[in-house]
Design a protein around this ligand. Structure first.
Ligand code: MN
Length: 205
């Protein structure tokens, strides 16, 4: 049984950048739904019992039944992606990272500001529902990508990328407060991204 990550903050804690009702709905309905549906699908796949969600998502082709494979891809992706998303947000966010991640950002993107600009542009250009990602490759290099729906970098690049930051650009992540203004949401989300957590993810990846 997979369980949603526990939030380290209240639903209202990210106000005014991310509003309370969006957080309640996003965590309590959307993320809970993906988690329940993943667990339901896995009841029919006893051979996957004991595997981590990362192992499952990197090996979707091991699921022979097409409908079950799609269910695990969509709901397992939704489960994993939101666990990451909610973990890297914090009311104390917005401060640039330090240490090894900061050095890698400077080396790969020139500056933190350039990284934020590239991530923002990538997230803005996702057509329809999807995600923008910052991942670490096996050499330690940082890579920005985007995926449709609830796909993620574990499912691309031969499973070589480890996501360390995910930006949800499904409308449910911002529509209650920002309506069609995805660009405003993207400006706001960077004020609550906890780069010290992202730096931790980078070291662990
Ligand atoms: Mn979402």
């Amino acid at each position: 049984m997979f369980e949603q990550v526990k939030l380290g903050y209240d639903f209202a804690a990210l106000e005014p950048h991310i509003d309370q009702l969006t957080m309640e709905t996003h965590y309590g309905k959307h993320h809970a739904g993906y988690t329940n549906n993943l667990n339901k699908a896995l009841e029919q796949l006893p051979q996957l019992q004991g595997k981590t969600i990362e192992e499952i998502l990197k090996n979707l082709e091991a699921i022979e039944d097409a409908a079950l494979r799609t269910a695990v891809r969509n709901n397992g992706g939704g489960y994993y992606n939101h666990n990451l998303y909610f973990q890297i947000l914090s009311p104390q966010g917005g401060q640039p990272p330090q240490g090894k991640l900061a050095e890698q950002i400077d080396s790969d993107f020139g500056s933190f500001e350039n990284l934020v600009q590239k991530l923002t542009a990538t997230a803005a250009s996702v057509f329809g529902s999807g995600w923008a990602w910052l991942s670490k490759d096996p050499s330690g290099k940082l890579v920005i990508t985007s995926t449709p729906n609830q796909d993620n970098p574990l499912m691309t690049h031969g499973g070589q990328l480890t996501p360390i930051l995910g930006i949800d650009v499904w409308e449910h992540a911002y529509y209650l407060k920002y309506r069609n203004m995805r660009a405003d949401y993207l400006q706001a989300i960077f004020k609550v991204i906890d780069w010290s957590k992202v730096a931790e993810m980078y070291l662990e990846a």
